[in-house]
Design a protein. Structure first.
Length: 403
């Protein structure tokens, strides 16, 4: 008879525990997909996993709705073994760790932030498209996160996906149309995810910008025809014209490990903060953030005017975070492969370039420069233009039209 009160207490505690575990929640899932920068390659981890697990009362989780961060492999068995063994070698800093912290700070206690990486290092976009192993693995992770959420009776939403890929398509010269393949992946992911989750909203891509020009074998900064800029320009074109793409920022303002291809941990955290800003804008249905990108480029004789999309004034040339480039990163290339820019100035929200001869039909470029095989803010392809909010101008290569 004396056991009944004890059993009643145990049952009550179980019921209370179950109630707490399944009280109404909304899971906001924003993963990152791409190649090595999406996986944080070489970025020595700054985020402490225990601190991340406890951050915001444990509201940051993986696709399993747990706190076992840092274990990624496209091979399911290897990934399972890493989780079981607590394997932390090759556990790098991911942009989404800091993104998740910013999102957790900006949302309520009933919101859970679900993050995880997908993709594969040193892989061109064609080999990350629908039908490939990395794509399938990524979709499986989304399915796991969705099923775990629904089994608890919670709401599940993917407001955006962070896209970090393009280096291989710059340096390896694949015979593919990068913009066509990127828009196809965005459409495929939208169709597959919405079929899985019954989500009605469009799922935009939050896009950084890869910057590996000087690692491409045939790159010449003074060549009028510059095949290597087609990938970086894809992001400028889509950010300027397509509502399905939001900006985070270019990678050149950050240090790279050994000045090679991978931005360091601090750079990953910076990209994560920028991605969070766009993610919050998507969640709150704000005006789309296009990044600091050129809106119009026109010439009048020897003078060029560049207007930008909604910059936060003042525009400025920052030579502290990024080492000074010739003409602050701007160049004008004639059809016979000559530099003709002489001076570059800022006037309000406009950049003016003076040239040594008429500029119509020439190519005006930004951050198309750098030392051979170097990347990053010291010697890689770079420019010094940013706005008053710390948005750095996206690298571009545009043909000049007369006014």
């Amino acid at each position: 008879m004396k056991t009944k009160p004890f059993l009643s207490i145990i049952i009550a505690l179980i019921l209370v525990s179950c109630h707490q575990a399944y009280e109404p929640k909304t899971v906001i899932c924003i993963p990152v997909y791409g190649q090595s920068l999406a996986l944080g390659e070489e970025a020595e981890r700054m985020t402490d996993f225990d601190s991340l697990a406890n951050y915001a009362d444990g509201r940051i989780v993986t696709e399993n709705l747990d706190h076992q961060f840092g274990y990624f492999d496209n091979n399911d068995l290897k990934e399972f073994a890493k989780k079981r063994l607590g394997y932390q070698k090759r556990s790098f800093e991911l942009s989404i760790y800091n993104m998740a912290k910013v999102l957790a700070d900006a949302t309520g206690s009933d919101t859970i932030i679900c993050i995880f990486p997908g993709g594969q290092g040193a892989t061109a976009i064609a080999n990350l498209s629908k039908g490939t192993v990395p794509y399938q693995k990524f979709m499986e992770k989304i399915a796991i996160a969705h099923q775990g959420t629904i089994s608890r009776g919670w709401d599940f939403r993917i407001p955006a996906i962070c896209w970090m890929q393009g280096e291989s398509d710059i340096v390896d010269y694949p015979s593919t149309d990068y913009q066509q393949l990127l828009t196809r992946i965005q459409e495929d992911m939208n169709n597959d995810i919405r079929q899985l989750t019954s989500q009605q909203d469009t799922i935009p891509f939050i896009c950084y910008q890869p910057n590996s020009l000087t690692r491409a074998e045939h790159f010449k900064a003074d060549a009028y025809l510059c095949r290597e800029t087609s990938v970086p320009m894809t992001f400028v074109n889509l950010l300027n014209s397509d509502d399905r793409y939001w900006a985070s920022g270019p990678t050149y303002p950050y240090a790279c490990v050994n000045e090679k291809i991978h931005i360091d941990a601090a750079g990953q955290q910076s990209i994560g903060a920028l991605a969070a800003r766009s993610a919050l804008g998507i969640i709150r249905d704000d005006k789309r953030f296009q990044g600091l990108t050129p809106a119009t480029v026109s010439s009048n004789g020897n003078e060029i005017e560049i207007h930008f999309n909604n910059p936060t004034l003042p525009l400025t040339f920052d030579t502290v975070q990024v080492s000074k480039a010739d003409n602050y990163g701007f160049s004008v290339i004639s059809k016979d492969n000559r530099y003709i820019a002489t001076t570059v100035t800022i006037n309000g929200d406009v950049v003016n370039i003076s040239c040594s001869e008429p500029a119509e039909g020439c190519k005006v470029r930004y951050a198309v420069n750098g030392d051979y095989m170097k990347s990053g803010n010291l010697h890689g392809p770079r420019g010094n233009l940013r706005d008053g909010r710390g948005n750095w101008c996206y690298q571009f290569d545009i043909k000049v039209k007369d006014k």
